[in-house]
Design a protein around this ligand. Structure first.
Ligand code: HEC
Ligand code: HEC
Length: 287
């Protein structure tokens, strides 16, 4: 199933990161390979960790800005969109090489409100490395490193953004109905930008949650909300509210996932930074 998701290309990601992510720069320590391990703070109760691969950390930071920041906050301490503080997360604190964090990114906690972000193992692993690097550099007061810098990101052209919206977004959205008052809902422009890039809504409408249709070898079809999927099991929420878990072996049974937010992920690699600036400049006018 994961293979159905495109790899979130990093070209746009890095551009986006440059625009929307300004936190943590000050103190995030990226150890060079072979450098002594960062001192573990009292706050970090996890096992001793090897220094992170600096390239993975940079890549993961960019992916975090796009895919996680809206819900978990630029400083990882939780965001307005309902994501918990990752600096106090048992899973994040004990993660050694992605074994805790990657499954969560890939849908293990969907029933608890953490969406399947649809990153492949390599990208999810990079995000995990970034999270570990931040945890590893927390001061003994439990404070995240660095201060978040505030920077004006509304530098685009709203009328060009409006034209872009008409062409690429209006097939699914309308500024007079579903996105009406968007800038009031997300008064912080960086949050608004993270929001429209990711598409996901923490309090997603049932209609925007992923669904799955499973065709068993007998021909029986099982369909409903997707609760969780990995290479071995798929769990579906049936219309009566009960859940059913079915084993997977390769292509059997046949599983088709429909994710309404797929379009948002597919668009990420195609934005150039002026598109992002312009669309944000337009969306902030939707008071
Ligand atoms: C739409 C909001 C949303 C987005 C986007 C999101 N998360 Fe979450 N995340 C949540 C919620 C809600 C939970 C709490 C789930 C639970 O109770 O276990 C959670 C839980 C987690 C946890 C477990 C925390 C714990 O309690 O131990 C980790 C780790 C995590 N998310 C990492 C990520 C990463 C990494 C990304 C980006 C790749 C991401 N999340 C994107 C909402 C989100
Ligand atoms: C193929 C359909 C589709 C396209 C095209 C699309 N979106 Fe979305 N978008 C969605 C879905 C589905 C959601 C989730 C809605 C929800 O959860 O309430 C969403 C969510 C959003 C949200 C979050 C709304 C909120 O209230 O939190 C914003 C903002 C957004 N999209 C902006 C855009 C912009 C800007 C574009 C064009 C660059 C775009 N979308 C293109 C389907 C689409």
């Amino acid at each position: 199933m994961r293979r159905c998701y495109p790899v979130v290309a990093t070209s746009a990601s890095l551009v986006v990161w440059g625009i929307i992510f300004f936190g943590l720069n000050g103190g995030t320590t990226v150890s060079a390979a072979g450098a002594p391990q960062q001192p573990r703070s009292a706050f970090n109760q996890g096992p001793a960790r090897a220094p992170e691969d600096p390239a993975a950390v940079v890549h993961g930071k960019a992916l975090f800005a796009i895919n996680c920041q809206a819900c978990h906050g630029a400083d990882l301490r939780g965001g307005d969109m309902g994501g918990p503080n990752l600096l106090r997360s048992e899973a994040a604190l004990t993660d050694l090489h992605g074994e805790q964090i990657i499954p969560i990114i890939q849908g293990a906690r969907m029933a608890q409100g953490m969406p399947n972000i649809g990153l492949n193992n390599e990208d999810a692993g990079a995000v995990a490395a970034y999270i570990r690097s931040v945890i590893g550099s927390i001061g003994s007061q439990g404070r995240p490193p660095g201060e978040e810098q505030v920077l004006d990101i509304i530098v685009g052209d709203a009328s060009r953004g409006q034209a872009y919206f008409a062409k690429h977004c209006a097939s699914c959205h309308s500024v007079s109905s579903d996105l009406k008052g968007l800038a009031t809902k997300y008064p912080d422009a960086r949050q608004l930008q993270a929001r429209w890039l990711a598409g996901g809504s923490a309090h997603a409408q049932p209609s925007s949650l992923p669904t799955v249709e499973i065709t068993l070898p007998s021909g029986e079809k099982v369909a409903g909300g997707l609760v969780r999927i990995d290479d071995f099991l798929v769990t579906v929420k049936l219309s009566d509210g009960s859940e059913r878990t079915i084993a997977r072996r390769g292509a059997i049974p046949h599983v088709v996932v429909h994710d309404p937010l797929q379009a948002h992920r597919d668009m990420l690699p195609h934005y150039v930074d002026s598109d992002i600036h312009d669309v944000t400049a337009y969306l902030v006018t939707l008071k």
